[in-house]
Design a protein around this ligand. Structure first.
Ligand SMILES: Cc1cc2nc3c(=O)[nH]c(=O)nc-3n(C[C@H](O)[C@H](O)[C@H](O)COP(=O)(O)O)c2cc1C
Length: 206
């Protein structure tokens, strides 16, 4: 029924990656690609993101205690891969990609104009995790969504968030390259199943 798979948490792989934007004390602006993050709590809404200590991002987040997380569109696949493999210690990624800086509402770190969404955070906790990384907890200060991209809490069916998947391999484990998924449809949830009818009675259903 199941077969072993090689890749850790990959059954959860379809998700929108983030570009974590940071700005240093001397105004250096940088971003990295992040997939090790999770939204936590609703009011206040926070984000927990693991940041490698060796990254320029780690240094810049510590300098200002702020960061922005940008949700890329499918068209930004090259930017996402680039920012995940090239460090700001070596290359000025902002300049190399030519991304458009947009004025934030509450922090001093720019939003990415090409992104489908940008969220501004203030660091409220830094949690040591292991030798290589710390967890940063960011409290949401402001959220910006591209006009017309969402309906309520949902992306519209015709919007184009990047759903990053990862690498495909042939049977000999040779890489066939990076692949990504696109949003293919949104359906109304079925709340009339016997299970939910029995146990969700009287609770908020829709
Ligand atoms: C798909 C993908 C996901 C990644 N997720 C994270 C992450 O969540 N946290 C992190 O610190 N690095 C992550 N990385 C690695 C960084 O993006 C990478 O080390 C980057 O070059 C660091 O950039 P910087 O030195 O400019 O900050 C990821 C890389 C890829 C390709």
């Amino acid at each position: 029924m199941f077969e072993p798979a090689h890749h850790g948490n990959k059954p959860f792989a379809i998700r929108v990656p983030a570009l974590v934007v940071s700005r240093g004390a001397k105004d250096r602006i940088n971003f990295l690609t992040a997939m090790w993050f999770t939204p936590t709590g609703s009011e206040p809404s926070r984000m927990v993101v693991a940041i490698l200590k060796k990254t320029l991002t780690y240094r810049l987040i510590l300098e200002r205690g702020e960061f922005v997380m940008s949700a890329p569109t499918a068209k930004m696949m090259d930017v996402v891969v680039f920012a995940g493999y090239v460090s700001g210690w070596d290359v000025d990624k902002w300049q190399a990609t030519g991304l458009t800086p947009v004025k934030p509402a509450r922090v001093s770190v720019p939003l990415i104009g090409e992104a489908i969404g940008n969220v501004e955070y203030r660091v409220v906790r830094q949690i040591p995790f292991d030798e290589q990384m710390d967890l940063f907890v960011g409290e949401v200060l402001a959220t910006h969504v591209r006009k017309g991209a969402m309906e309520g809490e949902l992306y519209r069916e015709d919007s184009d968030p990047l759903l990053y998947m990862g690498t495909k391999y042939d049977p000999s484990r040779k890489s066939l390259g990076k692949f990504y998924a696109r949003l293919a449809g949104i359906e109304r949830a079925d709340y009339d199943s016997p299970l939910l009818k029995k146990y969700l009675t009287g609770q908020k259903k829709r």
